[in-house]
Design a protein around this ligand. Sequence first.
Ligand SMILES: Cc1ncc(COP(=O)(O)O)c(C=O)c1O
Length: 404
Amino acid sequence: MTHYDFDSVIDRHGTSAVKIDGLDRVFGRHDLTPLWIADLDFAVCPEITAALQHRLSHPVLGYSEAQDSYWQSIIDWNSRRHGFDIAREELCFIPGVVKGIALAVNYFTQKGDAVVIQPPVYTPFRTVVEGNGRRVVENPLIFDGEHNRMDLEGLEELISLEKPRLMVLCNPHNPIGIQWNAETLAELARICRKHGVIVVSDEIHGDLMLGGRAHIPFLSASDDARAIGIMLGAPSKTFNIPGLVSSWCVIKNPELRRDYFKWLEVNEFSAPVMISTIGAEAAYNNGEPWLDRMLEYVQENIDFVCNYVSEHIPGLKVIRPEASFLLWLDFKGLGLCHREIMDMLLNKAHLALNDGIMFGSQGEGCARLNIGTPRCVLENAMENLRCAVECVCREKHNCNCNKG
Ligand SMILES: Cc1ncc(COP(=O)(O)O)c(C=O)c1O
């Protein structure tokens, strides 16, 4: 069995990595442990690098077209991994998942139209909609102190009131890490179909299921879902190749896809880039053993953080994800205001985490931690966090200042 090394720290400085080289720009300092933007610090599986190197050893890099084997690798992957069947004509390339959302928003809605999102959720769901002159209408998740769930009653009321044309679903959900169950997805689809709402389902984290759980593609939930659904997927998170920008879109309903796929094609939005098809095909065909081991490592990292926090940082709540490598940390139990929490993370713990408010106002008092990094990095980070929490809580207690 091949041994994959997830423990070694790889120096990513000077590789134009947003996560490292973007620290100063985003956080205003560079002496931080980068545990924010959602890519992994692990080396990609050797088969991907080999396929890319092989192609790049040819001296001509002219126009290229995707081969049948590329499309087949996506179809086989979904069938093998998720029991989800895709026909070739239902599938098209998109130049990134966020761009896939943007393309659908631009094609299917008009300026001023309402688009539903479910915060706290991945920031571009809001910025893409608002940046294109559409209106975000919120159907926030409901947190009962332990679990998050969808507010489906609220969704139907919101849709009746705001008459949105489109909803952007995150399945599994970033930043909370929930894989929505089939009943929830089917009910969401029923409501949306009844009211003529198209659902764009972002499933970029769908291959990263933890603990043997199954991913449930939205389009597999029901006939309603297949009538109104646009599924977006990618090997980018799965195999740590977001820099290659290789994503795809599936639409089952021929009426929904006919003109849309044509529009993507004439504008060449669906023309794959050579390097992305090569990376994706190698990943889907040969990357499974790497992925399975990587998911075990990620699960061990999650267990490490959860155990560390329950032992050493009382008052901090960690939401255990069902999928992916992002942990939602709820600091509200520490009795600090949001500004104090963010200041503590940055200036005391020296950690670059995503500010919870980026995901919506529901993220107040929270932050997102990317644990897709070698264990030793995480051990240091948790130690720094523990010291920072102790220090800030002690200072606060001593000076008895206001929460603000
Ligand atoms: C839910 C979700 N969608 C999309 C993306 C980004 O996808 P892409 O790089 O293909 O635009 C991310 C990255 O973190 C994400 O978490």
